[in-house]
Design a protein around this ligand. Structure first.
Ligand SMILES: [Zn+2]
Length: 411
């Protein structure tokens, strides 16, 4: 950690300014507990002072990457040769955690270009490990199944919800997917488990159809590190040599282990754009007890939600995924959208608009409110609309992802 701070004080314009302004002597930051003396780095800082975060001459940059910022413009990231090696090491260790060895064949169902870091990092990790990779890219179930038939991969890496499309395609086209070569799926970008480490609805839907091993991962460009589940699926294991994670509460101080807070990261060994106490906006908890796999490295629980989506409803703190979970598990709900707004007293108002799969013999509004009270202790307002209308809200012309959460609050 001291090395990382020293590096920033020598090479980062942004952090040099911060250390000056707050009179921080990096030599006095010796222990993890001392980190609290340093201000956080926010996503918007990356956006406003983007160039000042770069710690090396541009000639040393091999790969340029962008991530979406909070203020509109994307943020540029840069990887040096050393950073690419670090990424390779990170993914190799994550793949090992998911049980991969030299000799395994992984079919990559995510894009490797489009200015993303992830796909490239997976490729580098597989190469580092000495396993094999097939870079099919995202989408196109037909091409995915053709590749599975030809090359017989044992592992798939993709966004988990895409698996449902793969299964659907296989069922529609008489492909015997249950007896295919695929035995393991590594999910990216979406959770597969709840806070008790049981499979969530998406995980269960996949497993009911297909008896494969499921692994969830958590990572981001800013972290340059991955938290990957082991075969016991008890949270994502950290690689402590690559990253420091603090879990920060609403008072901006670390919470006790096991409690939910915001993930704040400090990268270690990054040359191009290292970050110090970067607020990710992701909410989860740290688990420090020994894992069933024998590893002592701490784990992060599946994400509870995003900090800026946090809702305070009648004195209870909750996140949209908790509301989604109730609706996703209600048989007669065809589709829905959650609206959050501010009321006059400054607290949050939540309205859930639902479309029905069929007419229920009981009052669906009352039934849903009871379900909400049972599961999340409070009940939002519920309105029933024609499902076609909800469909239009879920899939507006410009959006690639379905819209299920609309935040009308002023922040
Ligand atoms: Zn483990």
């Amino acid at each position: 950690m001291h090395k990382a701070l020293l590096y920033l004080s020598e090479h980062s314009k942004y952090y040099q300014r911060m250390f000056d302004k707050y009179e921080i002597d990096v030599n006095k930051i010796q222990h993890l507990e001392d980190l609290v003396k340093i201000p956080f780095t926010e996503k918007k800082d990356l956006q406003i002072f983007n160039e000042d975060f770069l710690c090396c001459p541009k000639e040393k940059i091999i790969d340029y990457i962008t991530t979406s910022g909070t203020l509109g413009d994307p943020v540029t990231f840069a990887c040096t040769e050393k950073d690419l090696q670090r990424l390779a090491y990170n993914e190799k260790k994550s793949f090992e955690c998911a049980g991969l060895h030299p000799g395994n064949i992984l079919q990559l169902m995510t894009t490797i270009d489009k200015r993303f870091m992830a796909g490239l990092a997976y490729f580098l990790g597989i190469r580092e490990m000495g396993a094999s990779i097939i870079r099919v890219g995202n989408g196109i179930p037909e091409l995915q199944w053709d590749t599975i038939k030809r090359i017989q991969p044992d592992t798939i890496m993709c966004v988990p919800s895409f698996i449902l499309r793969l299964i659907q395609y296989a069922e529609d086209h008489g492909i015997d997917y249950r007896n295919s070569s695929v035995k393991r799926i590594i999910g990216i970008g979406e959770g597969l488990r709840d806070q008790d480490f049981n499979l969530n609805l998406l995980g269960r839907k996949i497993r009911e159809k297909w008896d494969v091993q499921l692994f969830a991962t958590y990572s981001s460009t800013e972290m340059g590190a991955t938290f990957s589940e082991c075969e016991y699926g008890m949270g994502g294991h950290v690689h402590p040599e690559l990253i420091i994670v603090e879990i920060i509460g609403e008072d901006d101080l670390p919470v006790p282990d096991g409690e939910v807070g915001e993930v704040v990261v400090t990268t270690l060994g990054v040359e191009g754009m290292p970050l110090l106490r970067f607020r990710t906006g992701d909410m989860c908890a740290k688990r420090v007890e020994q894992c069933k796999c024998g590893r002592w490295s701490y784990r992060l629980t599946p994400l509870v939600g995003r900090k800026n989506n946090m809702i305070k409803l009648k004195g209870t703190t909750l996140y949209p995924p908790a509301i989604n979970d109730v609706l996703d598990n209600t048989e007669y709900v065809e589709n829905y959208c959650i609206y959050v707004s501010e009321n006059e007293s400054g607290t949050d108002d939540v309205e859930v608009k639902i479309g029905l799969k069929y007419d229920t013999p009981f009052d669906p509004v009352k039934d849903l409110k009871d379900k909400f009270r049972a599961r999340i202790r409070v009940a939002p307002r519920v309105t029933v609309l024609p499902k076609e209308e909800i469909q239009k809200i879920n899939f507006p012309a410009k959006s690639r992802k379905p819209v299920k959460f609309i935040d009308l609050r002023h922040k």
